[in-house]
Design a protein around this ligand. Structure first.
Ligand SMILES: NC(=O)c1ccc[n+]([C@@H]2O[C@H](COP(=O)([O-])OP(=O)(O)OC[C@H]3O[C@@H](n4cnc5c(N)ncnc54)[C@H](OP(=O)(O)O)[C@@H]3O)[C@@H](O)[C@H]2O)c1
Length: 246
């Protein structure tokens, strides 16, 4: 791909996990505004359809691909279908994630397993499914980690463990696929104004009003950072992008 081609998002096919909400939805809409074609992955069809409507209003024509990122057959099927129906895959944005918070002493094994399966095994399966398609012409794999992927916090130990693991997965993968022209990057955001972690956006906004010191990123801020990563100059690679509320 030439530098201009790499930076022009028009016509690019981008598979987005977690596309039914928050960051994934904002990325889908932002990409549609730039003429890219988002393929929307998530477990529940209804929120994906809501995202598809927003993408349509932004001028895009999305593909809906309901799939659980912890299910290898479903993930492989989703990426293969995106490539088959849209003709190519140029990038994978791995935003699907869950936040089940609580102290280790009383943390349920099922919650630990769900956290690791979604936040760590999910990106592994998605990257594995994306690579054969991206190898054909180069492209990008971008994962959404968290500040908790670089620093442990009380109540967030399982979540932190999954996101620390994700950072290592992406660092290792980056070196494996660089010669195929695939840029692997990780976004490391602080708190974002989404329903993530079990609190509604309204509650978060009300909380932010009570605590003027608490700042949040908007999902659109993270989406813009991801678009920056998709349009890096040909000879430049951003491995990690730390993004804090301001
Ligand atoms: N919000 C924050 O404060 C914050 C801060 C730092 C990092 N992050 C990270 O940012 C990413 C996006 O979070 P968000 O704030 O946008 O959260 P969100 O609004 O809750 O969105 C998460 C999305 O992931 C999907 N998902 C969950 N489990 C899935 C699975 N097994 N398979 C497929 N899709 C699945 C959900 O849809 P379904 O339930 O329908 O599958 C949902 O659409 C996450 O990786 C999160 O860890 C968030």
């Amino acid at each position: 791909m030439t530098d201009a081609e790499m930076r022009d998002l028009a016509g690019k096919v981008v598979v987005i996990t977690g596309a039914g909400s928050g960051v994934g939805r904002a990325v889908a809409v932002a990409l549609a505004k730039h003429g890219a074609i988002p393929a929307l992955v998530g477990r529940s069809r209804e929120p994906l359809e809501e995202t598809a409507n927003l993408v349509g209003m932004a001028g895009g024509r999305p593909l809906i691909l309901p799939a659980d990122v912890t299910d290898e057959a479903a993930v492989t099927g989703a990426f293969d279908r995106a490539a088959e129906e849209l003709g190519r895959i140029d990038a994978a944005i791995l935003s699907a994630g869950i936040g089940l918070f609580g102290p280790v002493a009383s943390y349920a094994l099922a919650d630990w397993q769900a956290t690791l399966a979604t936040n760590l095994t999910g990106p592994f399966l998605c990257a594995k499914a994306a690579i054969p398609h991206l190898r054909q012409r180069g492209g990008a794999i971008i994962a959404v980690s968290s500040g908790a992927g670089k620093q442990g916090y009380p109540q967030l130990a399982a979540y932190s463990a999954s996101k620390f693991g994700l950072m290592g997965l992406m660092q290792g993968l980056a070196g494996e696929v660089a010669d195929d022209g695939i840029k692997v990057s990780t976004v490391v955001p602080g708190s974002i104004m989404t329903p993530f972690g079990g609190r509604s956006v309204a509650d978060k906004r009300a909380g932010a009003e009570r605590d003027p010191g608490k700042k949040y990123l908007e999902p659109e801020d993270v989406a813009e950072a991801i678009l920056f990563l998709l349009r890096q100059p040909r000879h430049a690679w951003t491995q990690e992008l730390n993004l804090w509320p301001f």
